[in-house]
Design a protein around this ligand. Structure first.
Ligand code: F6R
Length: 366
């Protein structure tokens, strides 16, 4: 039931702290992630993996895009990510010892399932791993290994808690791959600590709900919006744009901020709100100069910024602060305000938030 919440989506947004805690439960060891959490034989397999191919659709695909930044940076394993509807019909090259990873809330998405079957019948393939929210689903049954996200039933068509529990699972995969390669180290200890703190941090992020609701009126009359991020925050910008499109029917696009001057800057004027995700990471200064370019063209800026990022409120610049956080964890935290923004804009517009037009929760046909 929805309990006291007006929509399932809002309830599911607010459940994220709890379901992230459940997804972590029993999977963190002392200073590292346990390497056997993907099923029997998975600890031995982790050290044999030479390449990773991630395949998914929609929101799950965005989680895979974040994972690519994490896995290549922290585990050093070359990683590719592709939408399932393209992967399944492409005769791509599968390098030797590839771990084939599917990401899916439902475990029944037709294209993702077909991509899994396609991979299983080709060379290069080492094993398949499903990161999935529905136990006993086709994806889990047909994969060699699995890691369940414990998000619980997700009723809202727009995916929220499934996405953040996928991210947590993918960070655990990253750390398991690293452990299999180099044993214990300070980075793993730091991130295991950060993961343990995460449920509490998520609740701090959700406390922004009221501020975001007040902000949402600035979007209700708009026809377009542009989301910007850099590095692992680019897929988070994509996810923010998808959420806004799906439930408020406002056309939204996301760009890696460095691409602005290669085209989309031409769209920016005072009717184009620009939303930026700006944690205190190594790219924040570059992002800030991209934002100045937007402001110079009259674009109204809505910046979700880390506590210590030096950017100030002013004419046409709105800044909402999020708690200071380990930069690896930032994609998880900064997803929350974008989910809440889409939700409140949709409510203002009076759309059917839990069942947006033309969409189905589980896409079991091509
Ligand atoms: C977006 C959304 C869809 C799904 C996509 C994949 O809010 O819900 O984009 O993410 O259809 O579904 P799963 O994860 O079940 O494979």
């Amino acid at each position: 039931s929805r309990g006291n919440y007006r929509h399932f989506m809002l309830k599911e947004i607010h459940e994220q702290s709890e379901v992230i805690a459940k997804t972590l439960e029993g999977r963190l060891g002392d200073g590292h992630v346990m390497t056997n959490i993907f099923g029997s034989g998975s600890d031995a397999l982790m050290s044999d993996v030479r390449h990773i191919q991630i395949v998914a659709c929609g929101t799950s695909y965005h989680a895979g895009m974040v994972a690519r930044y994490w896995i290549e940076k922290m585990a050093g394993v070359p990683t590719q990510v592709e939408v399932a509807s393209e992967y399944r019909y492409r005769d791509g090259v599968v390098p030797d010892n590839t771990l084939f990873v599917t990401l899916s809330q439902s475990g029944e998405t037709a294209d993702t399932l077909a991509a899994l079957r396609h991979a299983q019948s080709h060379g290069g393939y080492l094993a398949s791993l499903a990161i999935c929210n529905v136990p006993g689903s086709s994806m889990v049954r047909e994969s060699d290994l699995s890691l369940m996200t414990h998000a619980g039933p997700e009723i809202g068509v727009a995916s929220t808690k499934a996405f953040t529990t996928q991210l947590v699972s993918l960070l655990m995969l990253t750390l398991a791959l690293r452990y299999a390669r180099s044993g214990d180290d300070a980075l793993q200890a730091r991130l295991v600590g950060a993961l343990r703190q995460l449920p509490q941090l998520i609740n701090q992020g959700l406390a922004l709900d009221g501020d975001i609701e007040r902000l949402s009126s600035a979007f209700a009359e708009k026809h377009h919006a542009l989301f910007l991020g850099r590095g692992p925050m680019f897929p988070i910008a994509l996810e923010g744009a998808l959420k806004l499109k799906e439930i408020s029917y406002i056309h939204a696009e996301a760009y890696p901020a460095g691409e602005l001057k290669h085209g989309p800057l031409a769209l920016v004027d005072s009717d184009m709100p620009v939303i930026a995700v700006a944690p205190n990471d190594e790219l924040v200064e570059k992002l800030k100069s991209n934002l100045q370019e937007v402001r110079a063209r009259g674009g109204e800026l809505f910046v979700f910024a880390g506590e210590n990022v030096s950017i100030s409120e002013g004419d046409g610049v709105h800044v909402l602060r999020l708690p200071e956080v380990d930069e690896v964890i930032a994609p998880l935290l900064f997803t929350l305000p974008l989910q809440l923004l889409a939700y409140h804009v949709a409510v203002l517009k009076g759309t059917d938030v839990d069942q947006p037009r033309n969409l189905a929760k589980s896409v079991t046909v091509e």
